[in-house]
Write a protein that binds this ligand. Structure first.
Ligand SMILES: [Zn+2]
Length: 401
């Protein structure tokens, strides 16, 4: 299949490619070629619309979608009062139904790769794997493991045994992620078992780190050492680990994260008034964006990228639209260790979205624009309503071809 449209993509080797009249050749769900238009007899004409890589959301909680946009409180109160009671219900038929609706909502926001948390119930993990498998996305999926203040009171040994069993779901496109919720939800024994399981089975690790000052103080009180050190000692800091938030960290902490990845979640951080991650320091690690639903208001990675622009601009740092949109695509893919998504290049999965040119470029704008101007418009003007179609592995999963 050949697609014709305005193709815009980051390039893994650096910079952006921009073909106002471009083509993408897709075969067997993969991109075989991409570039300027050459005559072809049969093709799908997407002109004048913009063909862009599917977005990557490196951090979201599937059970929390129903809570989006309400109850902004401090983190520890919000978790106890609103989040845990909601997650506790995420099992059985409800987990299956909400997992499917979550995937649909993600696609409508243009996301085709994600790092996801389910609930502490093992069947919520099966529900999420099958919903993700059905749409064909790339994802990390894991149940938040907790044995301190847990809404599902079972023994530490049982939690570990169940995680070990669930890890047989792991496969190249849908990874089972070892997911200690955060230090305060875990005993030292559980954290160490998580590190051990991930090492033995070469599994990825996702967790939260240094979101709010009170949380960091409580970690020090309980474990008698700093937050990063707690994770490091348990074998949780490495090249297959992603840490959400990373706001309250020292320069030494950042150096320890050099081989890890970070999920930057500024919409969530504004909502819960957590603070602003240090963008420059974070570049020592691999950085992607996270919506952190339900503390983030919705599953729009475009909104997260725009919020990053806003909070860092107000702090005196101007980040280019190209850098932010790269973080929303290739950056997130690299953070999750998926090297076959995040850009429209030969050999990669044909995961792309079609952005409505009429929504992105306002009436009366110059017909030919620089790539930089177009990227700025995409960053500042894209959202749910500008996404006309979504393709996963070359298949239209949203909107008709
Ligand atoms: Zn989170």
């Amino acid at each position: 299949m050949i697609y014709r449209g305005h193709v815009v993509t980051p390039v893994a080797a650096g910079g952006w490619a921009d073909w106002p009249d471009g083509r993408i050749d897709v075969d067997g769900g993969r991109i075989r070629g991409v570039g300027a238009w050459r005559r072809s007899r049969r093709y799908v004409d997407l002109r004048p619309h913009i063909v862009f890589p599917g977005l990557v959301d490196t951090h979201a909680h599937v059970p929390q979608l129903p809570i989006c946009g309400v109850h902004p409180e401090d983190l520890l109160t919000w978790l106890r009062k609103w989040t845990f009671p909601l997650e506790k219900q995420f099992r059985g038929g409800r987990a299956r139904d909400l997992s499917r609706r979550f995937m649909q909502e993600m696609l409508e926001q243009g996301t085709t790769t994600a790092g996801l948390y389910t609930s502490a119930w093992p069947d919520s993990v099966d529900a999420c794997f099958s919903a993700a498998d059905q749409v064909g996305i790339h994802a990390w999926i894991g149940p938040p493991l907790m044995d301190e203040g847990a809404y599902r009171p079972v023994t530490t040994k049982r939690i570990i045994r169940e995680a070990e069993e669930l890890s047989s779901l792991d496969r190249p496109k849908l990874r089972f992620a070892v997911t200690p919720r955060f230090a305060l939800s875990c005993s030292e024994e559980l954290l160490e078992a998580c590190g051990d399981l991930a090492r033995r089975r070469s599994l990825p690790i996702q967790t939260h780190l240094a979101e709010q000052p009170e949380e960091c103080r409580e970690v020090r009180r309980r474990f008698g050492r700093g937050y990063v050190e707690v994770y490091d000692r348990a074998g949780l800091v490495g090249p297959r680990s992603i840490f959400a938030h990373c706001i309250w960290l020292s320069a030494a902490d950042w150096r320890r994260l050099a081989h890890a990845a970070v999920a930057h979640c500024p919409t969530s951080n504004v909502f819960l008034r957590s603070g602003v991650m240090e963008w420059r320091r974070a570049q020592i690690a691999r950085v992607g964006f996270g919506t952190d639903v339900g503390a983030g208001p919705d599953l729009s990675v475009f909104r997260v990228a725009r919020m990053a622009w806003t909070v860092h601009s107000l702090a005196g740092l101007t980040i280019g639209a190209g850098d932010l949109l790269r973080t929303a695509t290739l950056g997130g893919a690299g953070a999750l260790g998926f090297d076959d998504v995040g850009s429209l290049e030969p050999g990669k999965a044909a995961d792309f979205i079609v952005l409505d040119a009429g929504h992105i470029v306002p009436a009366g704008a110059p017909e030919a624009e620089s790539t930089e101007d177009l990227l700025s418009r995409i960053l500042h003007r894209s959202g749910r309503s500008s996404i006309r179609q979504v393709y996963v592995a070359g298949r239209p999963v949203l909107g008709s071809a």
